[in-house]
Structure formats: C-alpha cells, structure tokens
Design a protein around this ligand. Structure first.
Ligand code: NAD
Length: 254
C-alpha cells in the first residue's frame, strides 16, 4: 500500500485527492492548518519543520508520494502569507521530504501550481528572481506593498520554475517531480475570489474555453495519474488542467 502525504488535505483539491487515494488503497497522511492527520501552519518555518518531522515519523522515513496542494489565493490576509505558503512552504517540504521519498517505491511528487503563472508580464517581474534566490525575509519585504494578484501569480510561476530546476537532482534520487496547473476549480479558495470586492468581477468573467469551472475531483484525477506508474516518463513537466485557459492566454507559446 503506497504511503502518500498531501498538504491542504482539509479542503478543495487536497480533500478530493485524499478521498480518491484512500479509495484506491493508499495510506494517506493529510497535512493542514486544522482537521488533518498532521495539523501544522505551513506559513512558518516552525510549522514546516513540524510537518516534515511528523511525516518522516509516520512513514518510517520511506515515503512513496508527496502532493503539495496547500495554498492561499488573492483574498489571503496579506501578500507575504501568499508567498510563505505557496512558495516557501513548497520549497521547504520538497527539500525536507526528498530523502524519505528517495527510499520510497516508484516514488513521485506533484506540486499544485496554477494557470495564473502564465499571466502576461509576471515572468519579467523582479519578484520571481527574488523568490528563486530563496531569502524569505527579502521576498516578503519586496511583496509587502504589492498587489495580491502579483503575489499569487508570482508564487505559482516561481514554484513551477523551482520544480523544473530540480529535474537532475531528483532524477538522481529516483523521484519524479511534476506540476499540475489548474484553471478554475470550484473550491472555497475560488469562491472567496469571486466574492472579493477587488477581484470578484474579473474572476467571474475569466471563463475557460470549455465554458465551465472544474470540480476538485477532476484535478485529483490528474494528480493521481501523475503520481502513478502510468506517468513513469513524466518528470519536470507542467500539466495544465484548465479547460483551455493557457491556450487561450498564450496561443502561440507553450
Ligand atoms: P482550498 O482553500 O479549498 O484548500 C486549500 C487548503 O490549503 C486549505 O485546506 C487550507 O487550510 C490549506 N492551507 C492554507 N494555508 C495553510 C497554511 N498556512 N498551513 C497549512 N495549510 C494551509 O483551495 P483549493 O482551491 O483546493 O487550492 C488548492 C491548491 O490549488 C492551491 O495551491 C491553489 O493555489 C491551487 N489552485 C486553485 C485554483 C482554484 O480555482 N480553486 C486554481 C488554480 C490553482
């Protein structure tokens, strides 16, 4: 029975994934702020280290799969928290759990990114290089007065580039690592954005070519595929599961 750790397990995509994995016979270790097997605040270094050590204890330091799903959207209390959870927590858990994954069976990991990463202009913004440099204090200071949508899109682009930068290191460990980039998923995070005074209208009007948002289970299906041996040659890739949004935003690039 594979042992799979999932952050953001208490809601949305993470909760749907945990249900599917349990149904498929995985032993699931859920991590979230509350209502999880491991309750930890991933916005802090202390919470991240607590999550890492508890996962290592629970899996006997042999982890088969890791899914980093926990995230905050544009309605988060502040822009620093968005970077802390969406980027720095992912970086810390990838680094902290890589040794346990390297001892797993056909091990693989998936990071949940977003189609927001392809938002025009984000790739040119200095916050991306600041994030990739890895100094959390510097990045949080740089984003403090910025727009939450920049923090969100920047965190999702940086986390996707972080994954791509690890292809050699993780291949040597024998662990596949990929990103799933959703478009609209009907979850509390998305609902909060649609109701936000600043972003509500634009969020509601941003509709994929398929003409609808997705259900959390549709994303969980893609994540389970990437974790499985059916995806045995997929490594370092960003899989858009967005109803055509990426193709709509940048039809001439991929
Ligand atoms: P959600 O709000 O339903 O779930 C997110 C989970 O992350 C929650 O359970 C929350 O408690 C947890 N979390 C947030 N901050 C945390 C912290 N400090 N410590 C521990 N856990 C924390 O949202 P969702 O839509 O299921 O989001 C899952 C992922 O999908 C996120 O990374 C999000 O950015 C991404 N995503 C969502 C959409 C969408 O439309 N819903 C689109 C693209 C990407």
């Amino acid at each position: 029975m594979p042992i799979t750790a999932v952050t953001g397990s208490a809601s949305g995509i993470g909760a749907a994934l945990c249900a599917q994995l349990r149904e498929a016979g995985h032993s699931v270790i859920g991590i979230d702020r509350a209502n999880a097997d491991i309750n930890a605040d991933l916005s802090t270094d202390e919470g991240r280290q607590q999550a890492i050590s508890q996962v290592r204890d629970r899996c006997g330091d042999r982890l088969d799969h890791l899914v980093l799903c926990a995230g905050l959207g544009v309605t988060a209390p502040n822009t620093g928290l968005i970077l802390a959870v969406n980027y720095f927590a992912v970086k810390a858990l990838l680094d902290g759990l890589a040794p346990a994954l390297s001892k797993g069976t056909e091990p693989s990991a998936v990071v949940v990114g977003s189609v927001a990463a392809v938002q025009p202009g984000v790739d040119q913004h200095p916050i991306i290089q600041t994030l990739l440099k890895g100094d959390e204090g510097e990045a949080l200071a740089a984003i403090a007065d910025q727009d939450p949508s920049l923090a969100y899109a920047g965190s999702k682009l940086a986390v996707s580039l972080l994954v791509r930068s690890k292809v050699h290191e993780w291949a040597k460990l024998g662990v596949r690592l990929n990103v799933v980039a959703p478009g609209v998923v009907e979850t509390p995070l998305y609902k909060a954005s649609t109701e936000d005074a600043r972003y509500g209208e634009a969020t509601r009007n941003f509709v994929a070519p398929l003409g609808r948002g997705s259900q959390p289970a549709e994303l969980a299906n893609v994540i389970r595929f990437l974790l499985s041996s059916q995806a045995s040659f997929m490594h370092g890739t960003v899989v858009f599961a967005d109803g055509g949004m990426d193709a709509m935003i940048r039809p001439n690039r991929f």
